[in-house]
Design a protein around this ligand. Sequence first.
Ligand code: AMP
Ligand code: GLY
Length: 432
Amino acid sequence: MNILLIGSGGREHALAWKMKQSARCSNLYIAPGNAGTSFVGENVAIAADNFPALGKFCIEKEITLVVVGPEAPLVQGIRDYFENTNELKHILLVGPGKTGAQLEGSKDFSKQFMLRHGVPTAKARTFQSHESTQALAYLDQCKPPIVLKADGLAAGKGVIISPTVTEAKQAIYEMLVDKKFGEASSKVLIEEFLDGIELSVFVLTDGENYVVLPEAKDYKRIGDGDTGPNTGGMGAVSPVIFADSGFMKKVETHVIVPTINGLKKDGIAYKGFIFIGLMNIKGEPYVIEYNARMGDPETEAVMTRIDSDLVELFEACAKGELRNKMLQINPQYAVTLIMASGGYPDVFEKGHAISGLTTAGPARVFHAGTSFTENTIVTSGGRVLAITGNGHSLEAAAKQAYETAAKISWKNAYYRKDISQDLARLEKSTGK
Ligand code: AMP
Ligand code: GLY
């Protein structure tokens, strides 16, 4: 079948790489894609939110399956657009509709959803712009650190963790009154701080049935030892040692099952990924957030551990036929390292030529922010490459990723030197 994948990051390069291995995949198109995806399929210069142009392309190329990578087109209603357009409604699509995508698009919606369906999460109160006085008064009763969350999508920057009540007051004023994140912060959640170890769990569901993908740990801060500002993610590791089978069983019973049942009870048809950001607090799972898509860079680690045919799974998901589908997961480790532009997540330069790509290996090099200038591959984003090493131990996987990264360079390239080391220490100390 002909497939259209929407998006342009490392996640999409990894999804494209995995889908292309399927015997069911004939032509693979990526809109808009990056330099890396052009080696796997054919890039199409259509923006991820240009639904009419994407629809027209699907008809022209006889696309059977559309897979949506990033959240923006989902929140904007790409599924609804396809379902409500006569010539497009037959096309299979992986990704929830506009209402389901609110699990990610509105933190207030997802919090109310979790409370309504008994999914363990942090306590929170929501305040609107005209309630800033009440919000400030409420903060006086809170114990720091205090978590503030802009309700809407804020490019990964909408969560502020304030160490003191005074700083929280300043921050909430900026969000609610000064509209620091525009409309996204016209509602703000004041949330209890969860103290534990974080991990990402991924579920592919057709709204009735589900498969659980390999879990992963993300490294969000820019600096070694989890220091400095938050980023989109600077690395990922899978499997995660503290997510043993007992913990994952709890995740399934306390989180995944109530989430899928909750969607059904609320009448929300959901066909796509649910990415559950979890905190493990003394062995108990608490949900930090839902996303309506796969994680990035977690996908670049997770895809290398899936042996099943991804296209077959996507087809089953979109048709509502995931029942009895099993996911074959291989036991090897995956360590993904993000090579970023110097200066990211603040100001950084683009357009630097990348050297070493053709000779680098043996780790897999997924492209995240790259493009072509004539025939040269150049940097075009903050996160540039996602390098995934695999191996039968965490150390072996990390070694492969780091050795490969050392062969690639461009002006001011930066990467963390400690991805996976915390888990290696934990592995040693617990003897697992
Ligand atoms: P988000 O933008 O929702 O992904 O949140 C960004 C990060 O903030 C999360 O990955 C967590 O590390 C942190 N975070 C969010 N909510 C909480 C919470 N209630 N307690 C502790 N950390 C949190
Ligand atoms: N790596 C975190 C995310 O994709 O949101």
